[in-house]
Ligand binder design. Structure first.
Ligand SMILES: [Zn+2]
Length: 371
């Protein structure tokens, strides 16, 4: 009985291998990727339920092989690559499967970056991406130091600054974009920096005014600002261009080198001074959240706005403050009034624009969404 069964099975397998009883088309299982990097070889694997003759056509080029497991290395051109696999068994039963493999070209980001800057200017980099490939990572460095990068669908923005006191030279700006396949595209630009040619200005502050600048007062104000910066929103929150908070006469420019007394340390003016009559309304340069609103010995009536993305605007020496900590202010909303409180020689607004705590030239932001 057992012998008979063995004989029957033996006949069946012989019949199958000879194709006498085979009416079923070969089953195919394939591993073929949908998307591959263009210009690079990729592998496919097709497995049949029995040994077959494979006829393949790839982008119109035919080839043939007799095997059960087919492994091919193909080259992807950009766009659609068409693969047709036909497996024919010994009894002439055939199975045909078609595949479309998309060859995805390398990322070609559009780059718009600051090209020239004076020491102390902010630097902005704007990137635009096509839908393909998908971008995994964007890194931007200025003179070797990484800038903060903010992503939104199809776009990225990086913000940085050129330090005050920088010499005249070209700073390398490097953009590296890594796509879904791990391919890195690198673009090199330059920011031509001009040193600041200005002469040192000796400030004539009265001893009474100067006496407020004690180490204790300076430390208190520094701590207040550090706490405000630490609470800043990670993502940029503005969408419209920055505006001039006061239409005043520029009485002292950003970065002006100055001394508070003969032989004293030379410091750089960290903001723009806009002279205007006492009581002139001061407007928020852009949408923001109030992080500081109060009176201090040196900065006087001070408001600090958090615009997100490491960008803060600061308004010094105000006579009146019209907002409170935590308020959400609109672009152009009045935050206070011009005064001469704190370390000041006359009514003016001292306005600062900081990126990652570094002071940049406020006037470079006016009328722009990104400097
Ligand atoms: Zn000032």
């Amino acid at each position: 009985m057992l012998a008979l069964l063995a004989l029957t099975l033996g006949f069946y397998s012989l019949a199958l291998s000879q194709g006498w009883l085979d009416r079923a088309a070969p089953g195919l299982e394939a591993q073929v990727p949908n998307r591959v990097p263009a210009g690079r070889p990729y592998k496919i694997f097709v497995s049949a339920s029995e040994p077959v003759i494979y006829t393949t056509s790839y982008n119109g080029r035919a080839s043939e092989a007799v095997t059960q497991n087919l492994r091919l290395t193909l080259n992807a051109r950009a766009g659609e690559n068409r693969l047709v696999v036909t497996a024919t068994d010994g009894a002439d039963n055939a199975t045909t499967t078609r595949y479309t493999v998309t060859g995805v070209p390398e990322a070609r980001p559009r780059v718009r970056a600051t090209e020239t800057a004076v020491a102390g200017d902010p630097v902005g980099v704007r990137l635009g991406f096509a839908a393909d490939p998908k971008i995994e990572e964007v890194a931007v460095t200025l003179d070797g130091s990484p800038l903060r990068v903010f992503r939104s669908p199809g776009r990225a923005v990086a913000l940085g600054s050129v330090p005050l006191g920088s010499e005249t030279r070209a700073l390398p700006l490097s953009v590296t974009v890594t796509d879904e396949f791990g391919r890195a595209t690198q673009l090199e630009r330059e920011v031509t920096v001009s040193a600041d040619p200005r002469a040192v200005e000796l400030l004539n502050l009265s001893p009474e005014v100067l006496s407020s600048s004690t180490p204790e007062n300076r430390e208190l104000e520094e701590k207040t600002l550090a706490a405000a910066y630490a609470r800043g929103f990670a993502q940029p929150r503005w969408r419209q261009p920055f505006l001039l908070p006061v239409k005043g006469e520029s009485s002292s420019s950003f970065g002006d080198p100055r001394q508070y007394g003969p032989g004293g340390n030379i410091s750089r003016h960290q903001g723009a001074d806009l002279a205007a009559p006492e009581g002139t309304p001061i407007r928020a340069t852009n949408t923001g959240t109030v992080r500081v609103a109060g009176f201090f010995s040196i900065k006087g009536g001070l408001v600090v706005l958090d615009h997100g993305g490491g960008v803060f605007s600061l308004y010094f020496h105000q006579s009146k403050i019209r907002v409170e900590v935590g308020d959400e202010v609109r672009r152009g909303q009045v935050v206070g009034e011009v005064g001469t409180t704190g370390l000041s020689t006359g009514p003016h607004l001292h306005w600062e624009m900081r990126v990652n705590e570094v002071a940049t030239n406020p006037l470079e932001w006016v009328g722009k969404v990104v400097p």
